[in-house]
Ligand binder design. Structure first.
Ligand code: ADP
Ligand code: LRH
Length: 491
């Protein structure tokens, strides 16, 4: 029996058909589409109806292949949401987390509620675009949507609602809002009332692996398909990606490498203490009530945006072309801190990178190869910094790093990461979120006892590429200089 996984990343979405035969996973990509945010006036939105159209296209493609999936599930990027009104209709177009409306709001909320108080209640890292600050920004702007809203649904909850007609919230994504209390295992009343958002919008929180309805009859009629049960998996894509890390040991470090780079480890409980607060680590909920103790790193977003700007100016480069040009460019010329807020919002990354380099007295990258090299080296160096912090806050020592996600197709980045951290990198799978999504559906169907059995089967089914560290002296020296330029020191 086949099952369907929808994985919606910030840059593209895909639909994978999965089969489990003789304890091996077989996957086939049956649909892929770009995810193009739309700016209207000053506001940046997700094209949610387009995404729902693509969800239906996936169902049609399965139908045309003669496949009747025994279940399906959707995961996507986190923090964003739709509000549903009295009549069950979506109110407005969901905002993109990179919209500017949250600018300065996080600091205001901290002034009112206290940063430490928020962290004690959630264990979630402070990112300016967390749901908490998005809702506060809407409240501050006196958004009429807040007056009409009756329900809060995150992006996968929303698409699932369109498909099934049932409104439920899912745990992994709920934690990313910074409004869910993992210790009380429920939405946090104090934080919600602190930002003047009604508790009644927030429903029961389902565990990853729970049944979450069946395709509604109007969808079955429109598409000419039969009933398909829908499962709530780890609907936060990073939760699904980490579920698919082919680790065989309980202590492991991962880097989920796509639009974002998410680096950390898995823990049985949230780690909420002075160090995790100080270093801005997060504790996002995962499969089987595990937690992802991790940090966000700006990731390949910077390269995506640089590439978009070159395209706007009339020259299209593929990612492999950019990687090739980076390889030819001079080594260790200049670096950025990828997590400087300069790089968070959409825009001309080359100009911003040059601004950063000018401010820090470094040579200014000029050519696409030089710009790409600066981004990729800076990411590899930042990975070492965050891996060291992860070891410190988790009290563990890792003997290598699992890299998963679309970014592992960038072999240069994988090799430079191994060189920078001076440990092996084990790369695979590239479609980790979709595979984690499939794995949790199979858990829900009783095919896997737990996530560890799933990980073993994934490890047996995919090929993992090993990158051994090289050029350690040069990278050690570069790391010291990188930290001086970026001011990244641990005190
Ligand atoms: P998301 O799910 O966040 O949309 P993906 O996991 O699909 O992101 O990863 C997208 C990133 O992978 C791109 O930004 C790009 O840098 C990298 N990438 C994709 N394909 C290639 C390729 N052929 N060569 C090098 N890098 C690639
Ligand atoms: C990666 C991701 C990440 C979040 C960001 C908004 O796709 O879900 O875990 O921090 O998007």
């Amino acid at each position: 029996m086949s099952i369907l996984a929808y994985d919606l990343g910030a840059s593209s979405g895909r639909v994978l058909l999965g089969r489990l035969t003789d304890s091996r996973i077989e996957v086939e990509e049956i649909h892929r589409f770009s995810n193009d945010p739309v700016k209207v006036g000053e506001r940046l939105h997700w094209d949610i109806l387009r995404l729902y159209h693509e969800v239906q296209q996936g169902l049609l493609k399965a139908k045309h292949m003669g496949v009747n999936p025994s279940s399906l599930a959707i995961d996507s990027w986190s923090v964003d949401f739709g509000l549903i009104g009295e009549t069950g209709e979506l109110l407005g177009n969901p905002y993109h987390y990179r919209d500017w409306h949250t600018h300065g709001v996080m600091e205001e909320v901290h002034g009112q509620l206290g940063k430490e108080f928020i962290f004690q209640h959630t264990g979630i890292q402070f990112l300016t675009f967390n749901t908490m600050y998005q809702l506060s920004a809407m409240r501050k702007a006196k958004s009429p949507l807040l007056e009409q809203a009756k329900h809060f649904l995150m992006i996968p909850d929303l698409l699932r609602y369109f498909l099934t007609g049932e409104m439920v919230n899912e745990f992994s994504n709920a934690t990313s809002t910074q409004l869910y209390n993992p210790l009380q295992q429920d939405w946090d009343d104090e934080l919600l009332s602190g930002i003047s958002i009604p508790r009644s919008w927030f429903g029961k929180v389902l565990e990853p692996g729970s049944a979450a309805g069946t395709i509604r009859s109007s969808v079955m009629t429109d598409l000419g398909i039969g009933a398909i049960p829908v499962i709530a998996v780890a609907e936060h894509d990073t939760g699904s990606a980490v579920a698919a890390v082919p680790a065989l040991e309980r202590s492991f470090a991962y880097l989920s490498c796509g639009t974002w780079s998410l680096m950390g480890t898995e823990t049985p409980q949230p780690v909420i203490n002075d160090d995790t607060l100080r270093f801005n680590f997060t504790n996002e909920g995962g499969v089987g009530r595990t937690y992802r103790l991790l940090k966000n790193i700006m990731g390949l977003w910077i390269l995506q945006e640089a590439r978009r700007e070159w395209e706007r100016q009339g020259t299209s480069y593929s990612f492999p072309e950019l990687v090739h040009m980076a390889e030819q460019a001079p080594a260790f010329a200049s670096w950025i801190d990828p997590d400087d807020e300069l790089f968070l919002h959409a825009g001309d990354m080359k100009t911003r990178i040059r601004q950063y380099c000018r401010n820090t007295g470094q040579p200014l990258p000029e050519t696409p190869g030089e710009v790409t090299r600066c981004i990729l080296e800076s990411l590899a160096l930042k990975y070492r910094y965050v891996l060291e912090l992860t070891e410190r806050v988790s009290g563990q020592r890792f003997n290598g790093l699992h890299m998963v996600g679309g970014g592992i197709q960038n072999r240069l980045l994988c090799q430079w990461t191994a060189n920078s951290i001076q440990k092996p990198v084990w790369a695979g799978p590239a479609e980790a979120s979709a595979i984690g999504n499939l794995a949790v559906q199979w858990m829900a169907q009783g095919k896997f006892a737990d996530i560890w059995e799933a990980r073993r089967v994934i490890a047996d089914s995919i090929s993992v590429e090993v990158y051994e560290p090289a050029e350690s002296e040069a990278w050690e020296d570069a790391y010291g200089r990188f930290r001086r330029v970026t001011g990244l020191f641990v005190h």
